[in-house]
Design a protein around this ligand. Structure first.
Ligand code: ADP
Ligand code: MG
Length: 870
C-alpha cells in the first residue's frame, strides 16, 4: 500500500466505511469497481475484468458499468445476495479543485431496492423480542408505508404475513435458536443491539416523524414495537441518507383482521401455488384482475389479512354491488388504465428521486381523477362515496407540471430539455442565445467555403477542441492565413478561427447555464409537488381500493360468484360451492359443486372419508377459501353462502416435508397440530387433512382420534376432518356434533368411478387397490395386493401381535371358516358395546341394504344404545 494516487486514496477511504458492500464508485459516466469487489462483480454481472495499472501503484482488478444502466446491474447484485453502496460525485467536476468530492448516497439491500414485481410490496421488516412478545415494524420505502404492532404469535407466521425482502434483527438474536429457526431463507441484516434500545428508538421515531409523542399514532407505550420501529428508521435513514417518504406510523390493529399462519397461507395457496411458488394457480391468481400495481398490492394485502369486522365486510360487499350495477366497474376499470403507480411516484417525488418523466406520468394520472370522481358521485352513503372524499382534485399540481415540464424530456436531469418554453423567461432567453449562435456556426461553413473556395470544408465539433474547421490534405495549400492549426489527422488538418471561438463561447456558455437553470427549476417544481405527498398518498390508497374492489366485481361477474351473507352466527352454510382455482383449471372433467353445513351444534365436526383422489382435500379447501373470500368482502363461487364469521383459519394439510430443516414429516405435522389445538377458539375454522399419517397406523389412528375428541369436547371450533382411516367414522357414534360424510364413488367391477359428490354417512372401504389400478400398477401386483388385503381384513394381527401380511390362503385353509362379514376389530376399536348391536343388526334383513346403508343403520342403533348425553 505504498503510493496510491489521490483517486485511489479517496476510493480506499470510502470503501473502508462500507466493507460489507460492493462499492459502485462513480467515475465520469461509469460506476467502477475495484479489487475484490471487481472480481465478485465481474463474475456476478458477467462483465469484463480488467486491471487498473498506473505505473505508480500495484495493478488493481477493475470493472465498470455505464451509469445509465446501473439499475439493472444493482438489481442483479442484490438478487445474488450482495449489498451495493452507490458512491456519487457530489460536486461538479468542472468546479472541483483537485479531486472531485465523492460520497456514498445510497446503500441498497433487498429491502431497500425497487422490487421486480410492482404488484408486490417491497417490505423490510424489523423485529424485537421481549419475553413472549414480538415487536414488529414493517416498511416499504417505495410506497411510504410504515406499520408497527406487537404480537404473541409465532415469529414465522408474522413474517409470512408480509413476506419481507429483508429482515432487520438485533445482532444478539442472530444465533438465538428461537429466532434463527424461523428465519431460514430470508435475507437477514443483523443490526447492533443498541439501536433497538427503547429510549434510543423512541427518540429516533419522534425525530423522524417530527412529533412530540407517539400518542397521535396510537403506539405510545408499545415498548417492544417501538424498539423494532426505531431501529428500522435508524437503519433506513443511514442507508438512504435521509431520503425517506414516511409520513405517518400506522398501527396494525390485530383484533381487526383474521389471522392466517404461515402453514395456512401455504396450504390454501393464497398468494402462490405450492408447486412452484408462482401466483398462477393461487387464489390471488384468480382474484387479481387489478389494473394498477398499487391496486394489485392492496388486494394482495387483503388476502393476507382478511377482515373480521362485519361492518367493514359489508361496506366492501355493498361497494361491489354498486360497481356491478350497470357494469359501473367496467367504466371505472377503463379509467384506471390511464393511472400509473401514484403511490410510488409520490414517494419518489417526496424523496427527490423522481425525474421529469415521472412528473409527466403523475400529471397524466391526475388528469383522470375528476372523471373518476364523477363516476363515484353517488347519492347514498357508502364506501365508494367515502373513497371519493379521500381523493382530492389536484388542479394546481396538474397545471404546474403542465406548464413547466417539457413534453418529451430526457431521463437525465442534468442535460437540459426539461422545461417547457414559455415557463421561465431566463430559460427562453438562454435557449434563444444558444440557438442563434448555433445557427451562426452552421452559417460559417457556407461562408468559409465561399471565401476559401474549398468545397469539402467542414465545421465539426468534439469535446476536446470544441468547434473546428476541417480541411482535407489536398486542399491544405488554400488555407487562409488567419486559420489556427489545432490537430493533424491522417487525411487532413483541423483549424480554428477567432470568430468560431467567439460563437462557441456563446453557445457553450449559454448551454451550460441553460442546463443548470433547467435543473434548478425542475427541482423547485418537484419540491412544490412534494408538498402534496400526503394528499397524494391518500388519493393513491383510495384509488388502489377502487381498483381492488372493481377487480373483485369483475371476477364476480365473470365467474358467476354470489354475494355471501356474513354474520356473527355460527353457521357456515354453502350451497353448490366450488373451488375457485380448480374450477378454472382444465381438469378433463366438469367441476362438481358441493354443499356444506357447519355450525357449533350438531354439525360441528365433519369427518370426511373416501378413497384417495375422491376429492376430500379439494372439498375442504374449497370451504376454507369461500370463507376467506367472504371475509375479504369478495363474492364467492357458490349458489348461496352464509358465513358465520371466522376469527382464524387453521389448516393441517398433506404431508409437507421440511426435510431441509432436519424435521421429519411427522414432527412437522405434530407441531402444526399442536399449534392448532393450543390456539383455536370456538370461532375458528379448522381443516385437518390426514392427521396422523406420518406414523404407524395404530399410532396415527389414536392420535387422530384424540385430536378430534379434544376439538369436539374442548374447542368446539368448526372442523373438517378428512381421513383415510375409516375407523374414525366411529367418532360419530360417541361424540356429539360429529357427522360422517363421504365422497361418493361408484364401483364397477374392479374399478371405481369418482362421482365427486359429498354425501352423508361413512365409507367402509378405502379403495386403495382400485386407485392403484387407475394409476397403472401392474395387474400381478394388484392381484397379490388383493390377497394381502383379504388376509389383513380377516384378522389384522397374529397371536404374537404382528401383522399377518405374509399369510397365504393356500397355506391356511382351515382358518377360512371364521369371519362374519363384519370386521370385528374395526367395530371394537374404540367401544366395548359392539356385541348387542351386531345381534340386533343380524336380526334385520340386511341383504336388501347397500353396505353404506347397513353401516348407517348400525351407527344409528349404536347411537341409541350408547349413553351419549344430549
Ligand atoms: P383426495 O384428497 O380425496 O385424495 P383431492 O381433493 O386431492 O382428493 O382431489 C383429487 C383430484 O380430483 C383433484 O385434483 C381434481 O382434479 C379432482 N376433483 C376433486 N374434486 C373435484 C370436483 N368437485 N369436481 C371435479 N373434479 C374434482
Ligand atoms: Mg387429499
Amino acid at each position: 500500500m505504498s503510493e496510491l494516487t489521490p483517486l485511489m486514496r479517496q476510493y480506499s477511504e470510502i470503501k473502508s466505511n462500507h466493507p460489507d458492500s460492493i462499492l459502485f464508485f462513480r467515475l465520469g459516466d461509469f460506476y467502477e469497481m475495484f479489487g475484490e469487489d471487481a472480481v465478485i462483480a465481474s463474475r456476478t454481472l458477467q462483465i469484463a475484468l480488467t486491471t487498473r495499472d498506473r505505473g505508480k501503484e500495484a495493478p488493481v482488478p477493475m470493472c465498470g458499468v455505464p451509469y445509465f444502466t446501473a439499475d439493472t446491474y444493482i438489481a442483479k447484485m442484490i438478487k445474488a445476495g450482495y449489498k451495493v453502496a452507490l458512491c456519487e460525485q457530489v460536486e461538479d467536476p468542472r468546479e472541483a479543485k483537485g479531486i472531485v468530492k465523492r460520497e456514498v448516497v445510497n446503500v441498497f439491500t433487498p429491502g431497500t431496492f425497487s422490487p421486480e414485481d410492482p404488484r408486490e410490496n417491497n417490505y423490510i421488516m424489523s423485529f424485537f423480542l421481549k419475553e413472549n412478545l414480538i415487536g414488529i415494524a414493517v416498511a416499504d420505502i417505495t410506497t411510504g408505508e410504515f406499520l408497527v404492532y406487537e404480537s404473541i404469535e409465532d415469529l414465522r407466521d408474522e413474517i409470512s404475513r408480509f413476506e419481507p425482502k429483508e429482515i432487520l434483527l438485533p445482532l444478539s438474536l442472530k444465533n438465538n435458536p428461537l429466532a434463527a429457526d424461523n428465519l431460514d431463507g430470508f435475507y437477514l441484516t443483523p443490526y447492533d443491539d443498541l439501536h433497538f434500545d427503547y429510549l434510543e428508538s423512541y427518540r429516533a421515531l419522534l425525530k423522524h416523524f417530527r412529533v412530540a409523542s407517539l400518542d397521535g399514532y396510537g403506539c405510545e407505550g408499545m415498548v417492544v414495537a417501538v424498539s423494532a420501529a426505531g431501529a428500522l428508521i435508524n437503519y433506513l435513514e443511514n442507508n438512504q441518507k435521509g431520503n425517506l417518504s414516511f409520513k405517518k406510523i400506522n398501527v396494525l390493529r390485530r383484533a381487526s383482521c383474521m389471522f392466517l399462519d404461515a402453514a395456512t397461507l401455504r396450504n390454501l395457496e393464497i398468494t402462490k401455488n405450492v408447486r412452484d411458488g408462482d401466483r398462477d394457480g393461487s387464489l390471488l391468481g384468480i382474484l387479481d384482475e387489478t389494473i394498477t400495481p398499487m391496486g394489485g398490492r392492496l388486494l394482495r394485502s387483503w388476502l393476507h389479512r382478511p377482515l373480521i369486522e362485519l361492518n367493514e365486510i359489508k361496506l366492501r360487499q355493498d361497494a361491489i354491488d354498486i360497481l356491478l350495477d350497470n357494469k359501473r366497474y367496467s367504466k371505472l376499470r377503463g379509467l384506471l388504465k390511464g393511472i400509473s403507480d401514484i403511490e410510488r411516484l409520490a414517494s419518489r417525488i417526496s424523496f427527490g428521486s423522481a425525474n421529469a418523466r415521472d412528473l409527466l406520468s403523475l400529471k397524466a394520472s391526475l388528469k383522470i381523477v375528476p372523471e373518476i370522481k364523477q363516476l363515484l358521485a353517488l347519492h347514498s352513503d357508502n364506501l365508494l362515496c367515502d373513497l371519493n372524499r379521500q381523493i382530492d382534485e389536484f388542479f394546481d399540481a396538474v397545471n404546474l407540471i403542465e406548464s413547466a415540464i417539457a413534453d418529451n424530456p430526457p431521463i437525465s436531469l442534468k442535460d437540459g430539455g426539461l422545461i417547457k418554453t414559455g415557463f421561465n423567461r431566463d430559460v427562453d432567453e438562454l435557449r434563444q442565445i444558444s440557438g442563434s449562435a448555433r445557427d451562426f456556426i452552421a452559417a460559417i461553413e457556407a461562408k468559409e467555403r465561399q471565401r476559401t473556395g474549398i468545397n469539402s470544408l467542414k465545421v465539426g465539433y468534439n469535446r476536446v477542441f470544441g468547434y473546428y474547421i476541417e480541411i482535407t490534405k489536398a486542399n491544405l495549400s488554400q488555407v487562409p492565413a488567419d486559420y489556427i492549426r489545432k490537430q493533424t489527422l491522417a487525411g487532413g488538418e483541423r483549424f480554428i478561427t477567432p470568430e468560431l471561438k467567439e460563437y462557441e463561447a456563446k453557445v457553450l456558455g449559454a448551454e451550460d447555464r441553460l442546463k443548470n437553470l433547467e435543473y434548478e427549476i425542475f427541482q423547485e417544481v418537484r419540491l412544490k409537488i412534494s408538498g402534496e405527498t400526503e394528499r397524494l398518498q391518500r388519493a393513491a390508497l383510495a384509488i388502489a381500493t377502487l381498483d381492488a374492489l372493481s377487480s373483485l366485481a369483475h371476477v364476480a361477474e365473470k365467474y358467476n360468484y354470489a354475494r355471501p351473507l356474513v354474520d356473527d352466527g355460527d353457521t357456515i352454510h354453502i350451497t353448490e360451492g366450488r373451488h375457485p382455482v380448480l374450477e378454472r383449471m382444465h381438469l378433463g372433467e366438469r367441476f362438481v359443486p358441493n354443499n356444506a353445513l357447519l355450525d357449533s351444534g350438531d354439525n360441528n365436526i365433519l369427518v370426511i372419508t373416501g378413497p384417495n383422489m375422491a376429492g376430500k382435500s379439494t372439498y375442504m379447501r374449497q370451504i376454507a377459501l369461500i370463507v376467506l373470500m367472504a371475509q375479504i368482502g369478495s363474492f364467492v363461487p357458490a349458489e348461496n353462502a352464509r358465513v358465520g364469521y371466522v376469527d382464524r383459519i387453521y389448516t393441517r394439510i398433506g404431508a409437507s416435508d421440511v426435510i431441509t430443516k432436519g424435521q421429519s414429516t411427522f414432527m412437522v405435522e405434530m407441531t402444526e397440530t399442536a399449534n392448532i389445538l393450543n390456539n383455536a377458539t370456538e370461532r375458528s375454522l379448522i381443516i385437518l387433512d390426514e392427521v396422523g399419517r406420518g406414523t404407524s397406523t395404530f399410532d396415527g389412528i389414536s392420535i387422530a382420534w384424540a385430536v378430534a375428541e379434544y376439538i369436539a369436547r374442548q374447542i368446539k371450533a368448526r372442523t373438517l376432518f378428512a381421513t383415510h382411516y375409516h375407523e374414525l367414522t366411529e367418532l360419530a357414534l360417541v361424540l356429539n356434533g360429529v357427522k360422517n360424510f363421504n365422497i361418493a364413488v361408484k364401483e364397477w367391477g374392479d374399478e371405481i368411478i369418482f362421482l365427486r359428490k359429498i354425501e352423508e354417512g361413512p365409507t367402509n372401504k378405502s379403495y386403495g387397490i382400485q386407485v392403484a389400478r387407475l394409476a397403472g400398477l401392474p395387474e400381478d401386483i394388484l392381484e397379490r395386493a388383493k390377497e394381502i388385503l383379504y388376509n389383513l381384513e380377516r384378522a389384522e394381527l397374529n397371536e404374537l401381535g404382528a401383522p399377518k401380511i405374509a399369510y397365504s390362503p393356500q397355506a391356511a385353509d382351515k382358518s377360512r371358516s371364521f369371519g362374519t362379514g363384519f370386521r370385528k376389530s374395526q367395530l371394537d376399536l374404540f367401544t366395548t358395546q359392539a356385541d348387542p348391536v351386531i345381534k340386533e343388526l343380524l336380526g334385520l334383513d340386511i341383504l336388501n341394504l347397500t353396505p353404506i346403508e347397513a353401516l348407517n343403520k348400525l351407527y344409528e342403533m349404536r347411537r341409541k344404545l350408547s349413553d351419549k348425553p344430549k
